[in-house]
Design a protein around this ligand. Structure first.
Ligand code: ATP
Length: 349
């Protein structure tokens, strides 16, 4: 076990930034902390790193108690390394000096420095100073430097947020290889679900300072615990209704709700990919249909905006995600089949 966080609660004046947060991280694993702005991600990372003094709870690193009300081991004694959004490099040192300095206390300093330089792909600017580097290059050096310390645990707080999309993808990919090849463990803070899924073995979803769900990317995507978690992976269609005889009547047909009692109020989350469209409105394909409002081409996929009607004739606007070559015209009719893997029912209190 590399990290064991127990019952962390943290206040800033009367703001409760964290509320009884507990989780564990196994050796050689990468986890993401996923949540919206202000949910407490940075506070959690700062407590784990020792930059913020603990108020309630305990933190164990490699089975050693490092934070408790009466103990706060300083960051440099925790065998962790962190990269924040503003990845400050030593400005008076070249790239090579920045990396060598980080590796200076390691026995295999030369070999480690060379390995990190190759893995982080920074060979071409070793003699430059930080101010002579682009944002993406500085990012690579900051990651390399944090790895060169050979930390047991690497903490990355939104490290990719300032980079443009293509550079971001490349650096995220390289970061993953870098962490895995050096057998480190890492916690990556992000508000981007796709980034979290790509990078991590486990995702911890946080909202309003509390853990909402912990699971593999597959679990979180296919078994979200509530509509907030389901909505992290892109836009959703939301329909509120009541359960009757184990089913919900919706504008897209009857949906099984076997775990609910008669009369229960529920929210149905329908991901756009749940709505499979066919151009011909045909009762042979499906009895459910929609009228196209617009089709938007997004590249590999298209979003079809539709109006669907429930049994009372009330109209609802829904989005379907379809392949990019399917662009039905406005006012045309489409039949709708359901991919129920992307439909979730949650109790509404
Ligand atoms: P973001 O994604 O925007 O960085 P976050 O999830 O990292 O947000 P935190 O920075 O941990 O969130 O903040 C959690 C809450 O604590 C917020 O309400 C924030 O305003 C508050 N907070 C954080 N740091 C301080 C501080 N030093 N003083 C007062 N309030 C703070």
């Amino acid at each position: 076990m590399i990290l064991d966080v127990r019952n962390l609660t943290h206040y800033f004046d009367n703001i409760k930034a964290l509320d009884d947060v507990s989780f564990k991280i196994e050796n050689n694993s990468i986890i993401s902390i996923l949540g919206p702005s202000g949910c407490g991600k940075t506070t959690l990372i700062r407590l784990i790193s020792g930059l913020e003094e603990i108020q309630e709870g305990e933190i164990y690193l490699h089975d050693n108690l490092v934070s408790h009300k009466k103990i706060n081991l300083p960051p440099e004694e925790r065998s962790i390394s962190y990269v924040f959004q503003d990845f400050a490099l030593f400005p008076h040192m070249t790239v090579l000096e920045n990396i060598s300095f980080a590796a200076s206390s390691q026995k295999n300093k030369k070999q480690l420095t060379d390995q990190v330089i190759t893995l982080a792909k920074i060979e071409n600017f070793l003699t430059k100073y930080p101010h002579q580097l682009s944002g993406g290059e500085q990012q690579r050096v900051a990651l390399a430097r944090s790895i060169a310390v050979q930390p047991k645990l690497l903490l990355l707080d939104e490290p990719f947020s300032d980079l443009n999309t293509s550079l971001k993808k490349e650096i995220i990919d390289d970061t993953l290889h870098l962490i895995k090849s050096l057998e480190s463990s890492a916690i990556i803070v992000t508000h981007n679900a796709e980034e979290a899924m790509f990078l991590s073995d486990q995702i911890i979803v946080i909202n309003h300072g509390s853990i909402v769900q912990v699971g593999t990317p597959y679990d979180i995507f296919y078994n979200p615990k509530n509509s907030y978690v389901a909505s992290l992976f892109g836009e959703i269609n939301l329909y509120s209704t009541k359960v009757f005889d184990g089913y919900c009547s919706t504008p897209i047909g009857k949906i099984k709700a076997l775990d609910f009692a008669n009369g229960d109020n529920v929210d149905i989350v329908i991901r756009p990919e749940a709505l499979i469209l066919n151009k011909e409105k045909s009762p042979l394909i499906s009895e459910v249909n929609g009228i196209v409002v617009d089709s938007k081409f997004i590249g590999n996929y298209a979003i079809v905006h539709m109006t669907v009607s429930d049994s009372t004739g009330e109209k609802f606007h829904m989005h379907s995600k379809v392949s990019g070559d399917f662009l039905p015209k406005a006012a045309s009719s489409v039949s709708i089949k359901l991919d129920t893997r992307h439909i979730f029912i949650f109790s509404r209190n």
